[in-house]
Design a protein around this ligand. Structure first.
Ligand code: 5GP
Length: 189
């Protein structure tokens, strides 16, 4: 096993594939991982806190930050803008921490262009039917939003082969183990 190299990981996959829960569990087992908070123009959901879940911004404020080069990457996702502030990534890299960016596929490919050593990990749902059940089960999405997220999922799944690793999130505990070993494998290669 090689020496530890702080690594920038990008985790993405369709909305409802379970990335959020998976990354949250991996973070609790790897408290050394750096945290980043993305910016978005969408409205907060119940229980979400500004500055913790996201930096919630108006479309104007978001555009100003784009113009000032304040994002490593940004993308339109499900009708809203999402972006990773440069400051959030740099603060971790300068302190020698590995970090996980949990972002959509368009953003992931932009990160790889800027940081060629970044490792892209794709989280797949076991099937599109399971994905649909999970999205409906959340109870937070409108019918229109479920349809949009499913259509986007079909497109995103086509890009899985551009990723360095693919994890199928069927059983959460297995997926957690797999993501943990993927991180370690790249950090110590
Ligand atoms: P949600 O609205 O459900 O929180 O997130 C919707 C989508 O936006 C997810 O697929 C999530 O990965 C993506 N997303 C969250 N933050 C960012 C970001 O900073 N950049 C990009 N490109 N996508 C993001």
């Amino acid at each position: 096993m090689g020496a530890f190299t702080p690594t920038l990981f990008v985790v993405s996959g369709p909305s409802g594939a379970g990335k959020g829960t998976l990354v949250e569990q991996v973070r609790s087992l790897r408290p050394d991982l750096g945290l980043t908070v993305s910016a978005t123009t969408r409205e907060p959901r119940p229980g979400e806190t500004d500055g913790v879940s996201y930096h919630f911004m108006s479309a104007d404020a978001f555009q100003r930050m784009v113009d000032e080069g304040g994002f490593v990457e940004w993308a339109h996702v499900h009708g809203h803008c999402y972006g990773t502030p440069v400051s959030e990534v740099e603060k971790n890299l300068v302190s020698g921490r590995s970090l996980i960016l949990e972002i959509d596929v368009q953003g992931a490919l932009q990160v790889k262009e800027k940081y060629p050593d970044a490792v892209l990990v794709f989280i797949k749902p076991p099937s599109l039917d399971v994905l649909e059940q999970r999205l409906r089960g959340r109870g937070t999405e409108t019918e229109e939003s479920v349809a949009l997220r499913l259509a986007n999922a079909r497109e995103e799944l086509k890009l899985a082969d551009r990723y360095d690793a693919v994890i199928v999130n069927d059983d959460l505990a297995c997926a957690v183990k797999e993501l943990l070993s993927t991180l370690e494998c790249y950090e110590r290669k």
